[in-house]
Design a protein around this ligand. Structure first.
Ligand code: MN
Length: 292
């Protein structure tokens, strides 16, 4: 057992809008410290910090667009989002739910605030993570996993310290609910004030923490406020998250794929040739059809 220290605490960058429904701070890829390789296989992390959207009759969101070569994982903390894709996947996720969409060979999808949420308005808080696929799986069939909160396995921490919701991978022997194509651990730790949870991941796994609610102290040393991202070193295995006030943190750790990454907007492949092919296939309608 060896402590995994903090490499970087990243403050949220100024937000931008994705469509008109997602007001996000981008953490990955955000330049030389956390480019697409540094957190491989996590190639993108957009965070809609808690933000109030006023009522509207026209749901806000992102209209029909393609993806190929990776998975989009949406984790809802506040508000409701609806999703539909051209392979027939779809559903509504709300507080505590997760949507794991495997674009793989290609889908068209649209992502919108759910109708009633839009009409009432309210606080909206989400994470969208892009998990890269191994080269051998990039052209596999699309897949959709809708994980309602009651289907997500929950580890009860000792001393009534809180829970760890294991979305994917494993926490202290409890398996995650989502299936993945490469070793990925993804979990929400919900901790009571003054309590803590310990985490262990193999040293080579790229590992980070996003503070969703409250404030935490990592390894008994550094205080990290809400909406900040902690990148941990690839040196050491174990770290401790203590909630200095009631806190929710998203913990992610994955084995790097160590394959070439060539990204072009919504396509993430291994070579320029494959990007050209993706654009060609999209222009020729090979991603299917989805109504606006
Ligand atoms: Mn999308």
């Amino acid at each position: 057992m060896k402590t995994r220290k903090i490499e970087l605490v990243a403050a949220p960058r100024p937000p931008h809008f994705v469509g008109d429904g997602f007001r996000v701070h981008n953490f990955i890829p955000s330049g030389y410290r956390m480019d697409m390789k540094r957190m491989d296989p996590f190639i993108m992390l957009d965070y809609n910090s808690k933000f109030y959207f006023p009522p509207t009759d026209t749901p806000r969101g992102v209209s029909v667009h393609p993806h190929r070569g990776f998975e989009t994982v949406t984790i809802a903390y506040k508000g409701k989002v609806a999703h539909h894709d051209s392979s027939g996947g779809g559903g509504i996720i709300s507080e505590g739910d997760v949507q794991w969409m495997t674009a793989a060979s290609g889908v068209l999808h649209k992502e919108y605030h759910e109708k009633n949420f839009s009409q009432n308005g309210g606080d909206f808080q989400m994470v969208q993570l892009w998990v890269n696929l191994p080269a051998k799986d990039k052209m596999s069939p699309p897949k959709y996993q809708g994980l309602a909160n009651d289907k997500i396995n929950k580890f009860q921490l000792p001393d009534n310290a809180g829970i760890v919701e294991v979305i994917a991978g494993e926490y202290l022997g409890m398996k995650g609910s989502a299936s993945t194509f490469s070793p990925v651990h993804l979990m929400n730790a919900k901790l009571k004030a003054g309590r803590s949870a310990d985490f262990y991941f193999p040293e080579n796994f790229n590992t980070g923490i996003l503070v969703i609610e409250g404030e935490i102290k990592v390894n008994g040393e550094e205080i990290v406020p809400t909406d900040h991202f902690v990148l941990l070193e690839n040196n050491g295995t174990d770290f401790k998250v203590e909630a200095t006030e009631e806190a929710v943190v998203l913990v992610l750790s994955g084995e790097p794929l160590n394959e070439p990454i060539v990204a072009h907007g919504p396509f993430v492949m291994n070579s320029h040739q494959e990007i050209v092919q993706a654009i060609d296939d999209f222009n020729n309608g090979k991603f299917g059809y989805l109504e606006e």
